[in-house]
Structures are given as structure tokens and as C-alpha cells.
Design a protein around this ligand. Structure first.
Ligand code: SF4
Length: 365
């Protein structure tokens, strides 16, 4: 592991129902399937993808909230997957989780002071009650709340304030890395920017490393150093956020970007929108898992899984270079059917050799 890498996952696999249990007579759900990643000290690393793509499962495996089916995870050289006793306790302090829903993740019967002070009982057991109260007050101020909020209860706060309480609780153990699982998606749009800015400030001031899980590329594009785009349990594109989001190579990333509304309300013109449903992760498509939804799919895509290749900007697509240089079809008109648009893309990029996708969009799309 190179010097600045704080968290490293190697070929992590997480299948549910693979080892017996109530799902044992069914095919295992391949939630994460062979993900390797190195997260650097002090960076904000975003993992994005549709709901059900496996990003939250991966986050829980990275933190050992779930055991991996295969593969390994190391935090600063310590094997997370096999840590026990004091090593595990230390890791639990070093890596903290911020949940999506700040209300359900906070015990409504506990005061804010107890909620934020609880981790101190485990990670700083020698503090006196007065020292603990002082520490809690400092944590609340750090996240933009007031010391007197310690005497109140979660239901007395807005969604944004509750997420600040969740972040203060995560900071109590003085972590080195925080994983936020959709940390702002339950909040009003007007509050999202405040919480994103808070996380960015804390990262800078405390030297934290942030891993942010999100389905919305608009949320992460201004706060991330690097981005991994995940599809059906695998990374399909990884690189510097500016590079990946400004010049997406993988058709899936292009489609996600196309789904972000333009500020002036017009359609984006350079990529087809994402159509169809995410396939069943118990029975993923052969070859490239995206081929059932990809407008550029060719016969090879059905049989051969593309590896994630490249240096700083990695892509898992057999034809990304051709796709990047392919002629851009005429701007989409609302009256065109999606089928007709896809035929244009296919003709432009495959010379007419196309796969007929069973879930091709209908005229109603
Ligand atoms: Fe996958 Fe083929 Fe589409 Fe590339 S062109 S994303 S390999 S289906």
C-alpha cells in the first residue's frame, strides 16, 4: 500500500444468501462483485450509482458493518476483515459512519448531550463527567450548533440540524475517516448545501478522509476529489471528479450525467438518457453487466466482461475510445421515441451491428 493510501479494498465480494439461510434455495444476490479501490489520506472519494447498485453494501463492508464474502479491506495497514479485540475497537473509532436518515439513526429518547457523548464513554473512558460535557459542547459548536442544544431531544430539531447532531456524534471518537451514506439525500435541497459545506470544512480543518455514497451526481460534483461510478456491484469508471464528470467515458456515467437537469432547463445533448430498470442482481447479465441497457452494445459485450483499465482515469468498457469519438446524434426532440434515438446511436457507433435489447424502451418512454 502506498504511503498516502488510508483505506484499501482488494477484490471485495459481498453476496447475500450465498452461505445458507433463508435465501439459500435462491441464487445469491451479488451486491458487490470484485471491487478494488485505494482511498487516499485527506481526500473526498465519492461512490455513485443508482439505488440498488451495491454502493451502500460496499460502504458497510469497508467499515466491517458487514463481513465480505471474499476479498480484503485494510485501514492504514490493519486488516479490517479480521481485526479482533483492541484492534477492532481502535478501527471502530478511526472509521465512523454518517447515516442517510438523521432521524431514525438517533435514539429519540436520548438527549443530544447523551447521543453525542455516548461514543466518548467507549473511546475516551477516562474523561470525568464535566470533561465529557465540555467535549460535547465543543463538538456541537464544531458542527454549527450551540452548547445548550445538549439538553434538547432530536425531535426538537430540523432535518439539517439532526444531521449535524449525527455528524457531531461521528466526530466524538476523533475518527480519521468518515463514510457518509447518502448524507444529504433526506434533506431539503436548501439545506443540502449547508451540510455539504460543513463536511468539506471538517475535512479541511480536521484532516479527515471522506467517503461519500450518493445516487445524485449533482450532490457530489462540487465536494469530491475522486469519483467511482458503480453499476450492478462493480466499478465501471473511476477517476478525478472533474475529469469523470466533465468528460465521462462510460455510457452509464454519460447517462447519469445526462439525467442532471441543465440550469437553463434545456436538455443535455451529448448522451442518451438512462432507460430501463437495473437488472436483478441475483441474475446479472453476462459479459458487460450494462449491455442490456447500453445503446452502444455489440455482440462482444454479451460474452466478455470489460476490465477496469487506465491510470488516473479508469473505465470498464470495451469501446469507450470509439464512443468518445463517435458522432453525436442530432439533439433529442421530445417527439422522438427513445427507440428511434437508440437506433441513431447504434447506427453511428456500430455500423449497423446491434444487439436487440429485450428491455428496449417502447414508444411510451
Ligand atoms: Fe458495456 Fe459494451 Fe456498452 Fe461498453 S459498449 S458499456 S462494454 S455494453
Amino acid at each position: 500500500m502506498s504511503g498516502d493510501v488510508i483505506l484499501e479494498a482488494v477484490n471485495v465480494v459481498k453476496h447475500f444468501g450465498a452461505n445458507g439461510g433463508w435465501l439459500s434455495n435462491k441464487r445469491p444476490v451479488q451486491a458487490v462483485d470484485g471491487v478494488s479501490v485505494q482511498i487516499r489520506q485527506g481526500e473526498t472519494f465519492a461512490i455513485v450509482g443508482e439505488s440498488g447498485c451495491g454502493k451502500s453494501t460496499l460502504a458497510r463492508v469497508l467499515m466491517r458493518l458487514l463481513e465480505p464474502t471474499e476479498g480484503s479491506v485494510k485501514f492504514d495497514g490493519t486488516d479490517v476483515s479480521h481485526a479482533q479485540g483492541n484492534d477492532l475497537k481502535s478501527l471502530r473509532g478511526d472509521m465512523q459512519f454518517v447515516f442517510q436518515d438523521p432521524f431514525s439513526s438517533l435514539n429519540p429518547r436520548m438527549s443530544v448531550g447523551r447521543l453525542v457523548g455516548e461514543p466518548l464513554e467507549v473511546h475516551a473512558p477516562d474523561l470525568t463527567p464535566q470533561e465529557r460535557r465540555t467535549r460535547v459542547a465543543a463538538l456541537l459548536r464544531k458542527v454549527g450548533l450551540r452548547a445548550e442544544h445538549a439538553d434538547h431531544y432530536p425531535h426538537e430539531f430540523s432535518g439539517g440540524q439532526r444531521q449535524r447532531i449525527g455528524i457531531a456524534r461521528a466526530l466524538a471518537a476523533e475518527p480519521r475517516l468518515i463514510i457518509g451514506d447518502e448524507p444529504v439525500s433526506a434533506l431539503d435541497v436548501s439545506v443540502q448545501a449547508q451540510v455539504i459545506n460543513l463536511l468539506a470544512d471538517l475535512r479541511r480543518d480536521l484532516g479527515l478522509t471522506l467517503v461519500v455514497i450518493a445516487h445524485d451526481l449533482g450532490v457530489i460534483r462540487h465536494m469530491s476529489d475522486r469519483v467511482a461510478v458503480m453499476y450492478l456491484g462493480r466499478f465501471v469508471e473511476v477517476g478525478d471528479a472533474e475529469d469523470v464528470l466533465s468528460r465521462p467515458r462510460h455510457p452509464y456515467t454519460q447517462a447519469l450525467m445526462a439525467a442532471i437537469p441543465m440550469m437553463d432547463g434545456t436538455d443535455r445533448e451529448k448522451a442518451p438518457e438512462l432507460l430501463g430498470e437495473l437488472p436483478n442482481p441475483s441474475d446479472p447479465p453476462s459479459g458487460c453487466r450494462f449491455h442490456t441497457r447500453c445503446p452502444y452494445a455489440r455482440p462482444l459485450c454479451q460474452t466478455e466482461s470489460p476490465a477496469l483499465t487506465g491510470e488516473a482515469h479508469q473505465t470498464a468498457c470495451h469501446f469507450w475510445e470509439e464512443i468518445a469519438g463517435a458522432p453525436v446524434p442530432a439533439p433529442t426532440r421530445k417527439s422522438e421515441t427513445a427507440e428511434a434515438r437508440f437506433a441513431l446511436y447504434r447506427a453511428a457507433t456500430t455500423g449497423g451491428t446491434v444487439i436487440h435489447n429485450n428491455n428496449s424502451p417502447t414508444a411510451e418512454d
